[in-house]
Each structure stands twice: as structure tokens, then as C-alpha cells.
Design a protein around this ligand. Structure first.
Ligand code: TRP
Length: 443
């Protein structure tokens, strides 16, 4: 265990974990789920979930991972031998597969749009353009393959070199670009209505289902609830302040999601695009229209889709990493082979997701197409369920002494909100998750 790769210092780990957290979840998924669930009230609920559940669970994952110095599965076996807690790790591996199946599909879409933007073939009817791309061709699957192949490349090269270096430049660039895009979107004629939609909460629009969606989105966008941050926690140096790291990531991620909505909703209002029914294509249908009305639109469109694609890659890498680390450390498979094997299986599941949106719409279960089903099972069920057990584990099963030692980095940093943290992780997080589950499924 002594030769585990570790990140080089504070910025390295923040860059890597933020690279995992910030991705399609914030820029692609947040706006469309928010649009389907009533706008402002959903945004508020999402922020409540982030603060009350997201932050504590991320800290718990970091703590467990760093203490155990191991992958999510082994971590529970080391810390609580002969107890079934390792099943959390198993569930996380399953979640990795279900997430990657649709995530890689959308990652592929970003590549299509990079190609279109850079070759200046993004003009026309954007609704139709997206729909024909998704429904009528083999290209989504080909690009899905390319997306996975690039992820495999980065994972095989290794944690530090691969992930760290790409995120350091990406994150600041993404922020800056989103701010520029906000300005353009907000100054489009007719944008006001969209801004009101996302900033003015109308609680009458909330249902049990939308509360479940807000919680799922919070877990999804922070990469928590499946052991990803346990694996990353094991790469954090002993002396690093976990609370500071988690705070930076949570704030950055939430900020990106809010910025993305302030780009999408005003633009959608100005361009007369229905956000309630936009679905997974919302970002791809809305933004090209805005770029057309922008000075240097081709440049900004190219930059946006390139950054979105890289953000998706750094997240996909973290998802791959969870399963690959498991295969290497537990099943003793060579890293290169493990990566190829895992990615291939993810691709096979992913093809089904792509086809269910395209030429095989009958690929559905319970009346929901396969793509949406994978998305729903992953974000709204697996992740909160994982978060529930992680919270119960840390709050009730792990010795408090161990937790305190991790959160204070062996007594070298102060962790003043310890009592609040314990209160949240012991009572609030588990109870809230259960209540949201019940309200979401109770019909
Ligand atoms: N959080 C990422 C995003 O917003 C997706 C992601 C990466 C993820 N790793 C994860 C989601 C682990 C849940 C668990 O795009």
C-alpha cells in the first residue's frame, strides 16, 4: 500500500476532485432537470440538499478513503472487517456502470458538437439538428466510443499525470467562459422571463418527484454516494485539510450549475424553446442558437463545447477509476487490461442507452426509455442510497475517534463544525434521504 499514487499537494487534489464533480452533471443535467421540475424552487431545493446532505457525505467519503488508503470496497473491509459494509463499495461499482452508460453517450454528443462548432456547421434549425443526430444515425455510438477511448487513454497513463494536469487549466477557463456566456444570454431580447423562471421559486410547482430529483441531482453533481470520493480521498495527503477541500469543490460545483442555468434559461426564453419538455437535448438545442447571435460565435461555440467535452472527460475518468482501481487491487488484473475490459462493458451498456433515444425507442422498461431509466436509477436511487449507508456508517458504526482524527488531519488542522457535522451525518442525512425516498415513490 505504500506505493499508492498521491496527488501533489493542495491544488492537485482540489483540481482532481473538482474535475470529477464538475462535468455534464452541472452543465447538461442540471438545466434540463431543473427545467422539468419548475425552475427556481428546484434550484433552491438543490442548494438545500447540497448543504445538508452533499457536503457532509463528501467529507465522510474523503475521511473513509484517506483513513483506509484504499478503494471503496476494500476501505470498508479494512475499517470494519467481517461486517457487510463493503457492500456499499459493491453498489458503487454497479452505479459506475449505470452512470457511465448514459454519461458516455452524452460525452459523445459533446464531441459531435465540438466537430460541428469548429467546422462551422452549427447553424440551421437546432431542434431538428439534435433530433436527427440522435435518432437517425450511427454517429452517436461512434462518438460514444471515441469518448470512452479517450477516457481509457487518460486512466491508463495514471492518476497524477492524467487527471491533475488537465483540470488545472480547464476549471478557470470554464468559469470565465460561463461568465461571458451569461452576459450574452442575459442581454438577448426576451431573456428576462428565463431569468425569472430560474431565480423565482414557485413552490406550488414542486412535487414529491421533484424533491427526489433535486436530491439525486445534488448527489450526482458532487460525485458522491458511490465511493468515488472514497477512492479520491485515499489519494489525499495525510496533512491536507479535508473540510477545506470539500468546501471548495462544493462551492465551485454549485456555482457552475447556477451559472449554467443563468446561461440556458434566459437564452431558451429568448429563443422560444420549451424548457419543460426540452429533456436531455436542452443544452444542445438552446446554446447553438445563442452562439449564432454572438460576435465571435464560432469561436465561443468551439471553446464552449471543447471545455464541456473536457469537463465530461475528467468526470468520466473518475467513474472509470473507481472500477479500474477495484479490478487492479482486488482482482489483480493488470491496469491496462482492466481499463480496457471495464470500458468495453460500459460501452456495451451505453450502446443500449444511445439506441433507446434513437432507432430503438421500444428499448424501455416500465414505460421509460433505457437512457432515462439508467439516469434515474443511478442518480435518484443508487447515489442517495449509497449516501444513506455512508452516512449511517460514519455516524453510527465508525469510531468517533477515527473520524475526528481524519477530519482534523491527525490534530494538525481545526475542524470547528464537528458537532454540526455529527448531527447532520447521524440524523439529518439518513432521515432526510428516507423521507425524500418515501415522498418520491409514494403515489
Ligand atoms: N459529478 C459528475 C458530473 O457532474 C459526474 C460524476 C463523476 C459522478 N463521478 C461521479 C456522479 C461519481 C456520481 C458519482 O458530471
Amino acid at each position: 500500500m505504500t506505493n499508492r499514487d498521491s496527488f501533489s499537494g493542495r491544488f492537485g487534489i482540489i483540481a482532481a476532485a473538482a474535475g470529477s464533480a464538475i462535468g455534464l452533471g452541472n452543465i447538461w443535467r442540471f438545466p434540463y432537470v431543473c427545467g422539468q421540475n419548475g425552475g427556481g424552487a428546484f434550484l433552491l431545493l438543490y442548494i438545500v440538499c447540497i448543504v445538508l446532505m452533499g457536503l457532509p457525505v463528501m467529507l465522510a467519503e474523503f475521511g473513509i478513503g484517506r483513513k483506509a488508503q484504499s478503494n471503496a470496497y476494500r476501505a470498508f473491509k479494512i475499517l470494519s472487517p467481517q461486517k457487510p459494509w463493503y457492500l456499499i463499495g459493491v453498489m458503487g461499482i454497479v452505479a459506475s456502470f449505470t452512470i457511465m452508460s448514459f454519461y458516455s453517450a452524452v460525452g459523445g454528443w459533446t464531441i459531435e458538437y465540438v466537430v460541428r462548432a469548429t467546422t462551422n456547421t452549427l447553424s440551421g434549425n437546432h431542434d431538428e439538428m439534435f433530433d436527427t443526430f440522435i435518432a437517425g444515425s450511427y454517429r452517436p455510438i461512434a462518438y460514444q466510443f471515441v469518448f470512452l477511448a479517450i477516457s481509457v487513454g487518460v486512466v491508463v497513463i495514471g492518476v497524477r499525470k492524467g487527471i491533475e494536469s488537465s483540470t488545472k487549466v480547464l476549471m478557470p477557463a470554464l468559469f470565465l467562459l460561463l461568465i461571458i456566456l451569461c452576459v450574452r444570454s442575459l442581454t438577448l431580447p426576451g431573456a428576462r422571463e428565463g431569468l425569472i423562471f430560474v431565480l423565482k421559486p414557485e413552490f406550488s410547482k414542486l412535487t414529491g418527484n421533484s424533491i427526489l430529483a433535486a436530491m439525486g441531482q445534488a448527489f450526482f453533481s458532487l460525485s458522491i454516494g458511490m465511493g468515488c470520493m472514497i477512492t479520491y480521498g485515499s489519494y489525499i495527503k495525510r496533512t491536507e485539510d479535508l473540510n477545506y477541500t470539500a468546501n471548495v469543490i462544493v462551492i465551485a460545483g454549485t456555482f457552475v450549475a447556477i451559472l449554467a442555468s443563468i446561461v440556458i434559461f434566459p437564452a431558451a426564453a429568448a429563443l422560444n424553446i420549451e424548457v419543460e419538455s426540452g429533456g436531455p437535448g436542452l443544452v444542445f438545442k438552446t446554446l447553438p442558437g445563442m452562439f449564432e447571435q454572438m460576435k465571435g460565435g464560432v469561436f465561443f461555440a468551439s471553446l464552449f463545447f471543447i471545455l464541456l467535452c473536457i469537463a465530461a472527460l475528467t468526470s468520466a475518468i473518475s467513474l472509470l477509476e473507481v472500477v479500474v482501481t477495484f479490478c487492479v487491487e482486488e482482482l489483480k488484473i493488470h491496469r491496462g487490461w482492466a481499463t480496457a475490459l471495464v470500458a468495453t462493458s460500459m460501452f456495451l451498456l451505453g450502446i443500449l442507452c444511445s439506441l433507446s433515444l434513437g432507432i430503438m425507442p421500444h428499448l424501455s422498461l416500465f414505460g421509460v426509455n433505457f437512457f432515462n431509466l439508467m439516469d434515474f436509477i443511478s442518480a435518484d436511487i443508487f447515489l442517495p442510497l449509497g449516501g444513506f449507508f455512508i452516512a449511517v456508517y460514519m455516524g453510527w458504526a465508525l469510531k468517533k475517534r477515527i473520524t475526528v482524527k481524519e477530519l482534523t488531519s491527525g490534530g494538525t488542522v481545526a475542524f470547528s463544525p464537528l458537532r454540526i457535522f455529527y448531527f447532520l451525518i447521524k440524523y439529518i442525512v439518513p432521515v432526510a434521504i428516507l423521507i425524500v425516498f418515501i415522498s418520491g415513490f409514494w403515489k
